[in-house]
Ligand binder design. Sequence first.
Ligand code: ADP
Ligand code: MG
Length: 199
Amino acid sequence: MLDADFFRRWMTATAASVDREAERLTALDSPIGDADHGSNLQRGFRAVAATLEKEAPETPGAVLMLAGRQLISTVGGASGPLYGTLLRRTGKALGDAAEVDQQELARALRTGVDAVMQLGGAAPGDKTMIDTLVPAVDALGGSFAAARTAAEEGALSTTPLQARKGRASYLGERSIGHQDPGATSSALLIAALAETAGE
Ligand code: ADP
Ligand code: MG
């Protein structure tokens, strides 16, 4: 079973991974965006880690809802409200259970991903974080390791796509041939989940 401490460790592991990969995320956001994705998420997840250390919410749902609120209030770019919605809505779906199992997490994450699609209007194939999150959540019904592999493949799958949502869509066909930064950071989030689960 996964308790509040597991979810805190997931968020802390994500913050560490975003710190390590911030330059790469910003470099990916340079040809098809405005070169701020790494610094946006670094600011956001550092704030998440700091808040979770201070407040220590007692349930998995409360950890994710607090993390989501922090992202929304600290990240200026499009990705802040999108990731914030993902975590808040996933947390809300987990309710006030003290522990949840992997299948409950998979179902809650699906609710969160659906909320991101509704907010941003993106579907799979539009070259966004959705191309990572949808296959990852599908695979989470199997194992954490399968979710990580599906996320990494999802991020790579964005390279040949033409962007239909977000800043990269302004480039039209010139967005083809570049890996999407948000799809890449979503793979870090899922990899941190698998790492926290010991897979
Ligand atoms: P901004 O585009 O405002 O500079 P970021 O650079 O932080 O914000 O984030 C860009 C990433 O956000 C993109 O790579 C993409 O994955 C994701 N994104 C942008 N718009 C959408 C959307 N409408 N739906 C889902 N994801 C989106
Ligand atoms: Mg950007």
